[in-house]
Ligand binder design. Structure first.
Ligand SMILES: [Mg+2]
Length: 410
């Protein structure tokens, strides 16, 4: 194993890519699916395959293929309904692990991340050591495997992680990158979609080595900076650094469709309190707080809603519920409720330093203890007494949730 000190690279970038992520989770959770061809679809009626296990890939089954067509290739193909919330939760936990390895991280999608190890060379012995460490933790803690690519830039590292799948580690030295890439089709590069591919083909560029034959300006004029970037990437260069700031989500909210025309004041308050607790718990689990909240209730004629600002940043359910009460108190007419919404607007990362001198610190300690208990024993074993009789029913899934990334929604 070569020590970090022997690397004279400008940067050390690692790409971690989970292997057949959704399908592997299904195989992990259900023993009967192991070593079997499994395809994940959107519900049991979804016609297209979102992803599939390696056993299914061996039959030529690919993402995007229609399930009926895939079944012709592999009659024993098992269909599993996608569980996006479950995958997102596991993804978030894995990303937390990676963030502990290197805080310089870019979460690229639900199952991929880039780590910049440049600043941590003194902590770790070698990039291989880091790669094995990551694989060890991910396998032991989550029962899942990943492929890892290492190079001096994002594009080459991402390309490298694809070379050994599943469960591989590939290091491409900067000086070898151009040669290794040369005979691969340009479509192997991240970002070369159909439009770019056709354009390059027109200019005689099929393989990465062909790229040198055309001037960078041709791509620059047609596709701007992305075009120039692709021209560089084909030669194993990429000037892009990591998109480090994993931006806070624009909002964290919970909504619920109530029984139509709910008139019972107690029940309305009850649901609002429940939503407030849920928003607060989710903010705390991601270490966020906010000083602006949107509270809304939908009546027959539309939404009655308002934004509320708090003096300090909060993430406590009772405090959020107080804002709901403020809204209810402003409504004088008799109404029936159809839906409620509680949303924290522009949450930001908690300022824990400040908390040490904050008089709400006791509340925070209590909240975090309750969160730990709820996490340990399943959802919401410890809740405010007045939520005790609550009957669990499905909440509205945020329409902003996408299986492709964390940043859009938490
Ligand atoms: Mg993957």
């Amino acid at each position: 194993m070569i020590e970090f000190t022997k690397y004279n690279w400008s940067k050390i970038i690692m790409h971690v890519d989970m292997n057949a992520f959704f399908a592997s989770i299904e195989q992990r959770d259900f023993i009967y699916l192991r070593n079997k061809p499994v395809a994940i679809t959107n519900g049991l009626k979804g016609s297209c395959i979102i992803t599939c296990s390696y056993e299914a890939r061996a039959f030529g089954i690919k993402t995007g293929m229609r399930f009926i067509d895939a079944k012709k290739l592999c009659p024993k193909l098992i269909r599993r309904s996608s569980r996006p919330n479950h995958y997102a939760k596991i993804s978030a936990e894995i990303m937390k692990v990676l963030k502990n390895i290197s805080p310089d991280i870019e979460i690229f999608s639900v199952d991929e991340a880039f780590l910049d190890l440049t600043r941590y060379q003194k902590i770790y012995f070698s990039p291989f050591h880091v790669a094995y460490l990551i694989k060890h933790i991910i396998y032991n803690q989550f029962g899942l495997t990943c492929s890892i690519g290492i190079s001096d830039n994002k594009s080459t590292a991402k390309f490298a992680s694809k070379l050994k799948k599943p469960n591989g580690i590939t290091l491409i030295k900067p000086q070898d990158a151009e040669k290794i890439l040369s005979n691969y089709p340009v479509t192997e590069l991240c970002g070369v979609a159909k439009g770019v591919k056709e354009f390059l083909k027109y200019h005689g560029v099929l393989k990465c080595k062909d790229m040198k034959k055309i001037p960078i300006s041709i791509l620059g004029n047609r596709f701007g900076n992305i075009g120039k970037k692709i021209w560089m990437m084909a030669q194993g260069k990429d000037i892009d650094s990591l998109n480090l700031i994993s931006k806070s989500p624009k909002s964290i909210g919970h909504g619920k469709v109530t029984k139509p025309n709910t008139q019972d004041d107690y029940e309305i308050r009850y649901i609002l309190y429940r939503m407030s607790e849920k928003v607060a718990a989710r903010m705390r689990s991601h270490n966020y707080e906010s000083n602006k909240f949107f509270i809304g209730i939908k009546i027959q004629t539309g939404w009655i809603s308002d934004y509320f600002k708090t003096k300090t940043y909060i993430n406590n359910g009772k405090n959020i519920f107080d804002l709901c009460i403020s809204l209810l108190n402003t409504i004088k007419i008799k109404y029936g409720v159809f839906q409620v919404q509680v949303t924290a607007v522009n949450p930001k990362a908690c300022n824990t330093q400040k908390d040490l001198f904050d008089d709400v610190i006791h509340q925070r300690i209590l909240d975090s203890t309750i969160d730990k208990l709820n996490e340990k024993f399943g959802r919401l074993v410890v809740i405010p007494a007045r939520l005790n009789t609550y009957q669990e029913s499905p909440d509205v899934i945020s329409p902003s949730w996408r299986p492709s990334g964390h940043r859009k929604s938490l």
